[in-house]
Design a binder for this molecule. Structure first.
Ligand SMILES: Cc1cc2nc3c(=O)[nH]c(=O)nc-3n(C[C@H](O)[C@H](O)[C@H](O)COP(=O)(O)O)c2cc1C
Ligand SMILES: C=C(O[C@@H]1CC(C(=O)O)=C[C@@H](OP(=O)(O)O)[C@H]1O)C(=O)O
Length: 358
């Protein structure tokens, strides 16, 4: 296994490099008979595509997806769904600069160590360009999950020192369609300013995305290795530039007492719910019917316009100043990627669960 496939039943394989002819994927295991709205899939890609505004990479791609198989008369046929997205704007100023010199904190050095033959054109396979494929596949998974009313919403909750202070239960989650994808317009405008300042000074910023999954039935997830939160964590940590994942109370749990942290069970009509949700909707690796809530931390973008110490592929010390097109902060564009990866995990577990009970 060369690590290009994700999932057990609802599986996605991706192919392609940032500056090759195209990127694409094959979804295997999507049930037959699912009505696919292709416009909705394209809309998800539009949320992620590069060149959206002056605070994203200036690479210009329409990210138009073409489906090649697995769909007939608007419905999935149960056979592999293959699709492709062309690369059109491949010319970057970085080529010669990063051919022999390693960008600090990008993947250049580690790829050379592993493969010894590296596609240096804009990062090749290590570029987040590959995440467009995940977004297209996640949009298919979202449409499958919509049959069970499962909804996935992510939003930007922090960029550098601008952070949402309200509880997520009071926020209008319809707003993440805006450019920053933070539901509070005042915090969003602070975030924009910070990104502009970082961009103009040749620097970059990181941030945090919060994701909420609603209407997941109790009982999804496996008891040991494929715990639901373990697979969500793997999915999120597989996104470029992700440095942290926490579910529910996460790292804050370490400072709490059991009496504060335990989620007491109560009845709400015929349903059993919990008073609080420090578990983040997962207990023992299995969903408990509450909202699944997790947060993902992204690092500041590695490619920056300031001079940095590094080495070249002959092992000589040198320095590098990166001039190509780069996101000063990936977090706004990463929101649809987070949602897509969450959709793939929940779709996969929903299908695994079909054989759990008599
Ligand atoms: C949506 C998105 C856009 C990104 N854009 C850039 C970019 O323009 N320049 C860059 O150096 N890194 C960018 N990254 C991050 C790199 O792809 C990533 O840091 C690199 O592959 C090394 O992997 P690692 O940070 O996960 O260790 C982006 C990540 C995401 C999710
Ligand atoms: C191409 C995309 O983003 C790219 C992600 C990326 C990286 O290092 O991850 C570096 C830049 O690539 P390039 O050198 O080709 O301009 C971004 O533009 C995309 O998101 O579709």
């Amino acid at each position: 296994m060369a690590g290009n496939t994700f999932g057990k039943i609802f599986q996605l394989s991706t192919y392609g490099e940032s500056h090759g002819t195209a990127i694409g994927g094959i979804i295997d295991g999507c049930p037959a008979g699912l009505n696919l709205d292709l416009e909705k899939i394209q809309k998800e890609l539009d949320r992620r595509r590069p060149g959206q505004s002056d605070i994203t990479t200036q690479r210009s791609e329409s990210d138009t997806v073409t489906f090649l198989s697995g769909i007939f008369e608007g419905k999935t046929t149960g056979t592999p769904i293959a699709f492709q997205i062309p690369n059109k704007d491949q010319i970057s100023k970085d080529y010669s600069a990063i051919k022999d010199v390693y960008r600090p904190s990008h993947a250049d050095f580690a790829y050379d160590a592993k493969y010894g033959h590296r596609d240096y054109r804009g990062g090749g396979r290590s570029s987040a360009r590959e995440t467009a494929v995940r977004v297209a596949a996640g949009a298919v998974a979202k449409q499958f999950l919509a049959l069970s009313e499962i909804k996935i919403k992510a939003f930007v909750s922090c960029i550098a020192e601008a952070e949402l202070s309200e509880g997520i239960e009071n926020l209008d989650l319809s707003a993440p369609e805006n450019e920053i994808r933070c539901p509070d317009p005042i915090v969003a405008s602070q975030m924009r300013k910070l990104i502009e300042e970082a961009r103009d000074s040749g620097d970059s910023l990181g941030g945090i995305i919060t994701c909420i999954i609603e209407n997941v039935p109790a009982g999804l997830g496996e008891p040991v290795f494929d715990k639901l939160h373990a697979n969500l964590g793997k999915a999120m940590l597989s996104i470029n530039a992700v440095k942290g994942f926490e579910i529910g109370s996460g790292f804050a749990a370490a400072k709490m007492r059991g009496s504060e942290h335990n989620d007491s069970f109560v009845k709400s009509g015929s349903k059993t719910i919990t008073k609080t949700n420090y578990s983040g909707g997962v207990q023992g690796g299995i969903s408990n019917g509450m909202n699944i809530v997790f947060r993902i931390a992204f690092k500041p973008v590695a490619s920056i316009g300031k001079s940095q110490d590094t080495v070249n592929n002959k092992g000589e010390e040198t320095n590098i100043k990166i001039e190509g097109r780069h996101d000063p902060c990936v977090v706004p564009r990463a929101v649809p990627i987070v949602e897509a990866m969450a959709a793939l995990v929940i779709a996969d577990h929903s299908l695994i669960n079909r054989s759990t009970k008599v």
